[in-house]
Design a protein around this ligand. Structure first.
Ligand SMILES: Cc1ncc(COP(=O)(O)O)c(C=O)c1O
Length: 344
């Protein structure tokens, strides 16, 4: 079945119910990771040259999907409360065809879209007939605070909004990335188009893998595992945040995320610093990160970086922060030398 193995669809419907999302098992489209979910929605909506509103910074591999569709990016800058949806185009202005957002502990910003902005986004989408894809692989990784409802849940209370939003998620960040199991919850008309596209692409996600995923979810082991993952990431996040504050003080700005795997930081006092250059020096010292420029369709905020704290131990993260500071000092020294050596 292109839509998915019924046994897995039933388990995913239960998982969704725990997230406050009410979709029937047969309405869930199983995908090869949420990466394919993004691709299916992009293929369903986009023609070359169409505009997509994406938060900035945004998930790198989603930008790659939209790039293949030859999209025109409309970057919506984000802050600690997610994308600043009040900057979306207003009635009378050119509208995007699609909006793509990672609403919880976003990759790379770590930010979560506030409830007020979720409501405003849906009202905007319904009024302007723009389809919004909510990508939520990280929502279960919350270690502080209360979750905000998913867009598809809020949309049920906003007239006309349910037709204009969909939800994608994945087992990659909570079970295993190698399984390649994700899923989509879409309005009926979009679901049918996405299922037809998936049929053409790969007929179906491996039924063998889907049965393994279903078996795991039926066993109840995810419920035991999640508190362990959350506690571990929380400890790692605190260790990295404290170590960065200790190493850089106010030179490096960041918001401590309430969940997820990423910390997004900016050398606010040195706007001309390019973290791509910092990476070269940090790598020599055994520290890696993703330079911020990679997360924009057109590079912005090159003084930013994404640090991941999921797999390194607290001791490694503390050591990493110290080495990053040494690399930073080295970069500043090198650029000062270059400036003083340049002819006037
Ligand atoms: C925001 C976001 N969406 C989707 C994905 C793709 O995940 P997968 O295809 O493994 O489910 C990732 C992976 O890093 C991600 O960060």
């Amino acid at each position: 079945l292109t839509e998915g193995q019924p046994r897995l669809q039933r388990q995913l419907a239960l998982l969704m119910k725990q997230r406050g999302i009410d979709f029937k098992a047969e309405e869930i489209l199983v995908t090869a990771g949420s990466q394919q979910a993004i691709d299916l929605v992009a293929r369903a909506f986009l023609n070359p040259g169409d505009t997509v509103a994406i938060e900035a910074p945004s998930y790198l591999a989603a930008i790659q999907v939209f790039d293949l569709c030859q999209f025109r990016p409309l970057q919506i800058l984000s802050d600690a409360h997610g994308a600043r949806v009040e900057t979306l185009p207003q009635v009378g202005q050119a509208m995007p065809k699609l909006a793509y957002l990672v609403t919880n502990f976003a990759n790379p910003s770590g930010a979560t879209l506030s409830l007020e902005r979720r409501v405003a986004l849906l009202k905007w989408a319904a009024a302007n007939e723009v389809f919004v894809l909510e990508d939520d692989p990280y929502g279960e990784l919350r270690y502080r605070g209360a979750p905000a409802p998913a867009l598809v849940t809020i949309a049920r209370d906003i007239p006309g909004a349910a037709r204009w939003c969909g939800y994608a998620s994945s087992l990659s960040k909570i079970v295993s990335p190698g399984l390649r199991v994700g899923w989509l919850c879409l309005p009926d008309a979009v679901h049918d188009v996405a299922a037809r596209i998936k049929q053409a692409l790969d007929l179906q996600t491996s039924s063998f893998v889907q049965e393994i995923a279903a078996e795991y979810l039926e066993s109840g082991r995810l419920a035991q595992r999640l508190p362990v993952i959350r506690a571990t990431y929380n400890e790692h996040c605190d260790a990295l945040s404290d170590a960065l504050t200790g190493a850089f003080g106010e030179k490096l700005e960041f918001n401590r995320p309430d969940g997820g795997m990423f910390l997004w930081a900016r050398f606010a006092q040195t706007p001309s610093l390019d973290t791509r250059k910092l990476l070269e020096l940090a790598r020599n010292r055994g520290v890696i990160f993703v330079p911020g420029a990679a997360f924009y369709p057109e590079p912005l905020q090159c003084n930013s970086l994404r640090l991941s704290f999921s797999t390194a131990t607290p001791a490694e993260l503390r050591e990493g922060a110290k080495r990053l500071r040494t690399a930073y000092d080295e970069l500043l020294r090198l650029s000062e030398n270059r400036i003083t050596r340049e002819p006037a």
